[in-house]
Design a protein around this ligand. Structure first.
Ligand SMILES: Nc1nc2c(ncn2[C@@H]2O[C@H](COP(=O)(O)OP(=O)(O)OP(=O)(O)O)[C@@H](O)[C@H]2O)c(=O)[nH]1
Length: 316
C-alpha cells in the first residue's frame, strides 16, 4: 500500500429491530450508481435472513450470524472486513448493517482495530429509528434504542409515513433531551439522499475558484435539504477550524472538503457526518483553492453563519 492509498470509507447502519436498515441497504444496492460496495450484515439469530434478502441485490455479501457484532464476535467482524478488502477488485465503500440489538460504539471501535488501520475509515454512523413504534418500546428496548441513537452521528427517523409530524417532533425531542447535539432527518422506506449518506464530493460540485477570495453559492438539493459550496484561497488555521467544526449549528448534516491548512500549507481532507468529523492530512500537495461542500436541512441551514465561522479560521 502506498501512502496515497486512501482508506476505504465505511458507513455503519444501526437501529433497533425492524427500523428499516435492510430497506435502506437494499435501496442503495439496487441502484449502486457505479459504486462498488462491500457489504457486511450482522443478523442476530441462527439464520441470516437480511443477508439473504440483500444478497439478491449484492452477491458476495458477507454475513455474520449467531451473535451480535458488538460483543461476541468482534474478531469475526475484523476478519470479515479484511476478507472484503482483499477482494479483487476491492470495494470502494463498505456498508455495514449492525444487528438490531447491537450498540454502535463497540462496533465503531472494532473498525479502529490495528489490523484495519489505514485501510478503513469510519465515515459515519447512521441510526434508523422506527417512528411508528419508538413510543411503544418497553424500558429495556427503549434504553437500547436510545443508546443506538445517541451513539450515532445522524439519526434517521424512518417510517415517517406511519405517524404525524407532531409524533416525529416528539421522538426528536426525546432523543434530543438525551443528546442535545444530535442531527436528525426524516424518511420513508429509508430514503436517505446519497449525498447525505456519503457526502457530496467537492471536486464534483462544479464550481470554480474566484481569485483571491471566498465564494459561496446556494443551489437546490431537493425540497428538504440544501447544499452549499465554499472556497478559500487563504490557508486555514487547523486549531481554529477544529473548534469551528465542533460548534456547527445542528442543521448542518454533512461536510466534505479538501482544504489548505497551516502556515506550511498542507492539504487536509475533511469529512463530517453529523457530530463526527475527521480532518486528516494526506501528504499530498495542497490545493490552490480549498473547497468545501456542506449539506443541511433547508430552513435550518444558516449559510452566513457557516461562512463566518469558516472565514474566521483563515490565516491571512
Ligand atoms: N410503512 C413503512 N414501512 C417501512 C418503512 N421502512 C421499512 N418498512 C418496513 O418495515 C419492516 C422492517 O424493515 P427492515 O428494513 O427489514 O428493518 P431492519 O432494521 O433491517 O430490521 P432488523 O433486521 O430486524 O433489525 C419491513 O417490512 C419494511 O418493508 C417505512 O418508511 N414505512
Amino acid at each position: 500500500m502506498t501512502r496515497h492509498d486512501a482508506p476505504i470509507p465505511a458507513t455503519l447502519l444501526t437501529g433497533f429491530l425492524g427500523a428499516g436498515k435492510t430497506t435502506l441497504l437494499k435501496r442503495l444496492l439496487d441502484d449502486p450508481q457505479g459504486v462498488r460496495y462491500g457489504v457486511l450484515i450482522n443478523d442476530f439469530g441462527a439464520v441470516n435472513i437480511d443477508s439473504e434478502l440483500v444478497a439478491e441485490s449484492a452477491p458476495g455479501t458477507v454475513s455474520l450470524q449467531n451473535g451480535c457484532v458488538c460483543c461476541t464476535i468482534r474478531s469475526d467482524l475484523v476478519e470479515s472486513i479484511e476478507a472484503l478488502l482483499a477482494r479483487d477488485p476491492a470495494p470502494e465503500r463498505l456498508l455495514i448493517e449492525a444487528s438490531g440489538v447491537s450498540r454502535p460504539l463497540p462496533l465503531a471501535e472494532a473498525l479502529e482495530a490495528p489490523e484495519l488501520a489505514g485501510r478503513v475509515r469510519l465515515d459515519g454512523i447512521f441510526c434508523l429509528v422506527d417512528a411508528a413504534s419508538f413510543g411503544d418500546l418497553d424500558y429495556a428496548a427503549s434504553e437500547l434504542a436510545l443508546d443506538q441513537a445517541t451513539g450515532s452521528d445522524i439519526v434517521v427517523v424512518n417510517k415517517a409515513d406511519l405517524t404525524t409530524p407532531a409524533g416525529l417532533d416528539a421522538i426528536e425531542a426525546t432523543l434530543r433531551a438525551a443528546a442535545p447535539r444530535l442531527r436528525f432527518l426524516r424518511t420513508c422506506h429509508g430514503g436517505v439522499p446519497r449525498d447525505l449518506l456519503f457526502g457530496a464530493h467537492p471536486a464534483e460540485s462544479g464550481h470554480h475558484a474566484h481569485a483571491g477570495g471566498h465564494d459561496h453559492h446556494h443551489h437546490d438539493h431537493g425540497e428538504e435539504f440544501e447544499a452549499w459550496h465554499w472556497e478559500s484561497r487563504a490557508p486555514l488555521d487547523e486549531r481554529k477550524l477544529r473548534a469551528a467544526l465542533r460548534a456547527l449549528p445542528p442543521g448542518i448534516l454533512r461536510i466534505k472538503g479538501i482544504l489548505r491548512v497551516s502556515q506550511e500549507e498542507r492539504r487536509a481532507v475533511l469529512h463530517l457526518v453529523g457530530k463526527r468529523f475527521e480532518l486528516t492530512e494526506d501528504g499530498r500537495a495542497p490545493p490552490e483553492t480549498g473547497v468545501l461542500v456542506a449539506i443541511g436541512r433547508r430552513g435550518a441551514f444558516d449559510a452566513p453563519a457557516l461562512a463566518g465561522l469558516l472565514e474566521g479560521c483563515a490565516l491571512r
